[in-house]
Design a protein around this ligand. Structure first.
Ligand code: SF4
Length: 132
């Protein structure tokens, strides 16, 4: 099947994906065009900025593809305090990142997130509707 034929389908099977991943340069341009068309259909020509607060890179899991997996001993680990999370959120708002979300890697100390979230949501500066 050609790349053009694959791209008019609604879903792709394994062979389609293998074919798309091995596309040559002219075929890749077709894929980029299709991607651009889909993006434009759903969000238009706007660009949305979001602030992402990565409040920790400590993880107990060991997903092999991941740079911060627990088995990677060369990573310098960090964990923001609640005050640092608030400061990062304040920076995002002051820089017009009015939609923002926080992130933590899985398997971190779970109770760190909850106090930060409650603190931020209770503060009038960070209304819940700004959370994504
Ligand atoms: S941060 Fe996420 S992807 Fe990375 S090792 Fe932990 S669970 Fe896996």
């Amino acid at each position: 099947m050609t790349v053009e034929e694959i791209l008019i389908q609604e879903t792709f099977d394994r062979d389609d994906l293998i074919r798309l991943l091995s596309a040559d340069e002219p075929e890749r341009r077709l894929i980029y065009k299709k991607s651009s068309d889909i993006k434009e259909k759903y969000v238009g020509k706007k660009v949305y900025f979001r602030g992402l607060i990565e409040y920790s890179n400590i993880c107990r899991k060991d997903c092999y593809y991941c740079g911060v997996r627990s088995g990677n001993t060369s990573v310098k680990r960090y964990q923001l305090t609640d005050d640092e999370v608030v400061e990062a959120a304040r920076f995002a708002l002051e820089n017009h990142l009015h939609r923002w979300l926080s992130n933590r890697v899985s398997g971190t100390i779970k109770n760190l997130w909850k106090p930060s979230a409650i603190y931020l949501q209770r503060s009038k500066i960070f209304p819940a509707e700004n959370w994504a």
